[in-house]
Design a protein around this ligand. Structure first.
Ligand SMILES: [Ca+2]
Length: 346
């Protein structure tokens, strides 16, 4: 049996023994390339070791999709989504203290109200933001052209003079997020300069999907209503935010900042597309069970999509687990990427 057939066979019965050893081995394309050249006996021994390890009861906490990226099982159940009146009052005060009382800040805070009970089915979520190495595999397999590649430009937060500004980046795309003349994307940085449609295409290719906004928030807040993935207070050592790094970092660079479920970079590094359409009023009439955003027929104006988590440029108030933002689904930025989710087998 060819190596690929062995791996695919294992994948099809992944739920039975998704040992972390298996996930680690197959989620790294460098390991995969190495495995392709293994002698038969070595490979057989390896597969046996994986099977034995899995059957021996190693904690099962993840599966992979078609891209072999490690995933985390987020248990089903209820949680409180959005911000309480007390939290909103504190945030409005924070807007004045930390973001000069900007109207944008106040509007952003008000869109996360009211707090409301949400009940979700269990689901899987990528442990990391999708890195360039995996996006490269997708492009090579499908010949997908991103929106920025087709139209020849993206947008980005870049140094201009003595400060930083949003600028149109001619020639900017996922391979060159800051345009020609700047460094190519690091293979282990999160992919950016991808539209919502590009993200949807990737997740579909992997037999996964974008998470809903509710799924994203539950995976980040946990069961104890955290303001940040790790707890209640901002900690600059636990996330790439607040312009400290002035760009993306390797995915998973802040292990101390994982959420209760072990998901990395849910605050900062890059903002993340989720599936939902954005409206400011959605939390006031969101269904309780498995909400998946406003239906397109209820949107009066141009459809915009939700991005979550904030990025390396944002001040901490925008890196809260509850913060939500909107973006035209065709726009690509050098601060927005994504990760995929998939249903849990019932
Ligand atoms: Ca992120």
């Amino acid at each position: 049996m060819a190596v690929r057939q062995v791996l695919d066979a294992l994948y099809t019965i992944e739920a039975g023994f998704t040992a972390s050893v298996w996930v680690t081995l197959t989620s790294d394309i460098r390991h995969w390339d190495a495995m392709k050249t293994m002698p038969g006996k070595t490979l057989s021994a390896l597969v046996l070791a994986i099977l034995v390890t899995g059957c021996a009861g190693v904690a099962v906490d993840g599966v992979t999709g078609g891209d072999r990226a490690e995933m985390i099982l987020i248990p089903g159940g209820e949680f409180s989504m959005g911000s309480s009146p007390v939290e909103v009052a504190k945030l409005l005060d924070d807007c004045n203290r930390f973001d000069r009382g900007k109207t944008y800040c106040r509007t952003n805070v008000e869109t996360v109200s009211p707090a409301h009970r949400v009940v979700l089915d269990p689901f899987y979520l990528d442990r990391y933001e999708v890195p360039n190495a995996l996006f490269d595999r997708f492009v090579k397999a499908t010949s997908h052209k991103t929106r920025a590649e087709r139209e020849g430009y993206g947008w980005g937060w870049q140094p201009v003079g003595a400060g930083w500004e949003w600028v149109k980046i001619e020639g900017g795309d996922w391979r060159k997020p800051n345009g020609p003349g700047n460094s190519s994307a690091n293979e282990n940085h999160p992919v950016v300069q991808v539209s919502w449609h590009d993200a949807m295409a990737y997740c579909k290719w992997t037999r996964k999907r974008l998470p809903t906004e509710a799924e994203w928030e539950k995976a980040t807040r946990g069961t104890d209503d955290r303001r940040y993935p790790w707890g209640q207070e901002w900690d600059a050592s636990k996330a790439n935010g607040d312009m400290v790094a002035r760009g993306p970092t390797l995915v998973g660079s802040f292990p101390g900042g994982v959420s209760q479920y072990g998901v990395h970079d849910m605050a900062g590094n890059v903002s993340e597309w989720v599936a939902d359409i954005f409206t400011e009023s959605y939390y006031r009439n969101s269904p309780e069970r498995n909400p998946d955003g406003p239906h397109p027929s209820f949107v009066e104006f141009q459809i915009v999509r939700v991005i979550r988590g904030g990025s390396w440029l944002n001040v901490p108030i925008y890196l809260r687990t509850m913060a939500r933002f909107s973006l035209d689904p065709s726009v690509t930025l050098n601060v927005v990427g994504f990760r995929c989710a998939k249903d849990s087998k019932k």
